[in-house]
Design a protein around this ligand. Structure first.
Ligand code: SAM
Length: 307
C-alpha cells in the first residue's frame, strides 16, 4: 500500500529527525517473536526468502576472518549467517534501541530463546545510533578497516535528504578497506514508481526526499524514501565505489536458485517448497512483495594491501 507525498523536497533538519525517530520507534516497538508466532506470520515464507537472499549474499562475499560492519543490523537476525561464514569480527549498529537490546540478547545467548546454540565464534560490538547522521569513521576509528559492510532492507532510510544519503555513503566508504565490499537490499524504485504511476499517485522527479508510506503486515509500517538507483550509483561512485551488480529480487532468486549449493540452503531454510525451484509455498502476494526489492553489491576502489 503506497501513499506517496510526492512533491516533497529537501526536508528541514527538524522534520528529518522526526521521521528518523518515527522509524526508530516503529522498529523498537517490534519485540522478538516466539518461534510459534514467527511460523504463524502471514509473510513467513517471504521472511524465509529474504533470509535466503541475505545468506546467499553473505556466502558469496564474506570470507573467513573478515571484519564486518552491519549497518541497521536490527535484532541481529543475520548473526548466524555471519557465523556460518566464519567472520572474525562484527560491528552492528541500529537506530532502534529496542532492536539493539534484542540483538545483544541474541548474541549473548538468551536462555529463554528458542535457539539454544553455542556462542558466536566472533567478538562483536553492538551500538545504538543513527548511521546516516553520525560520523561513524570517528566512532569506529579503532575498529576499521572493515572487509565487508552490509545494509539489509535499510539503505532507503538514508534517502530523506542529500546530506543523509551522502553521510551514509561517506561512512561506508571511510570504513571499508580498498577492495572491500558493500552488500545490501532495498526497495526497487523502478518497480515502486511504476506501480505509483499506474495508480496516478506519482508526480515527483526529486532525487532525494520522496516519501511514501509502506505497510507490510507483520513487518513494516513507517515512512520510507524512494532511492532512484541511478542516483544511488552516481553518488556511490563519488565515494569511490564501483557497482558489481544490482538485481531485482525476482531476478536474484531465479538466478541463484539454479546453483546447487543455494538450492540446498533454500531447502534448509524452508522458504520455497523442497527447494526444487518451485515457489508454491510463497503466496502470490508474498512473491509480489519480493518484486518490490533489489539487491546490490558495490566494491570500494583500490587494491587490498599486499601481505
Ligand atoms: N538489517 C536488519 C535485517 O535485515 O533483519 C533489519 C532490517 S529492518 C527492515 C530496518 C532496520 O533499519 C530497523 O532495524 C531500523 O531500526 C533500522 N534503521 C532505520 N533507520 C536507521 C538509521 N538512520 N540508522 C540506523 N538504523 C536505522
Amino acid at each position: 500500500k503506497h501513499n506517496p507525498e510526492g512533491d516533497a523536497h529537501f526536508l528541514e533538519d527538524e522534520s528529518t529527525k522526526i521521521f528518523a525517530r518515527k522509524v526508530a520507534d516503529h522498529y523498537s516497538a517490534r519485540t522478538n517473536q516466539t518461534l510459534e508466532e514467527r511460523e504463524a506470520s502471514p509473510i513467513i515464507h517471504l521472511k524465509k526468502l529474504n533470509n535466503w537472499i541475505k545468506s546467499v549474499l553473505i556466502q558469496l562475499y564474506a570470507k573467513r576472518g573478515d571484519a564486518v560492519l552491519d549497518l541497521a543490523c536490527g535484532k541481529g537476525g543475520d548473526l548466524i549467517k555471519w557465523d556460518k561464514a566464519k567472520v572474525g569480527y562484527y560491528v552492528g549498529i541500529d537506530i532502534a534501541d529496542g532492536s539493539i537490546e534484542d540483538c545483544r540478547t541474541r548474541y549473548n545467548g538468551d536462555a529463554d530463546h528458542h535457539q539454544r546454540r553455542k556462542k558466536f565464534s566472533f567478538p562483536a560490538r553492538l551500538m545504538c545510533g543513527d548511521c546516516y547522521e553520525v560520523r561513524l569513521d570517528r566512532i569506529l576509528a579503532d575498529d576499521a578497516p572493515f572487509d565487508v559492510c552490509s545494509c539489509q532492507f535499510a539503505m532507503h532510510y538514508s534517502w530523506s535528504t542529500e546530506a543523509r544519503a551522502r553521510r551514509a555513503l561517506a561512512n561506508v566508504s571511510a570504513l571499508l578497506r580498498p577492495g572491500g565490499i558493500f552488500i545490501g537490499t532495498m526497495p526497487d524504485a523502478n518497480v515502486i514508481i511504476k506501480k505509483l504511476r499506474e495508480e496516478k499517485k506519482f508526480k515527483s522527479s526529486n532525487p532525494f526526499g520522496i516519501k511514501y508510506k509502506f505497510h507490510l503486515e507483520d513487518a513494516v509500517d513507517c515512512p520510507e524514501w524512494i532511492v532512484p538507483f541511478h542516483i544511488f550509483k552516481a553518488l556511490a561512485e563519488e565515494y569511490d565505489f564501483e557497482l558489481v551488480f544490482v538485481k531485482n529480487n525476482h531476478i536474484f532468486v531465479d538466478e541463484y536458485m539454479k546453483k546447487p549449493e543455494f538450492i540446498e540452503l533454500m531447502r534448509r531454510l524452508g522458504a520455497l517448497g523442497d527447494g526444487n525451484q518451485d515457489r508454491s509455498t510463497l503466496s502470490p502476494d508474498e512473491w509480489e512483495v519480493a518484486y518490490l526489492y533489489l539487491t546490490f553489491v558495490l566494491r570500494k576502489r583500490g587494491q587490498p594491501d599486499q601481505i
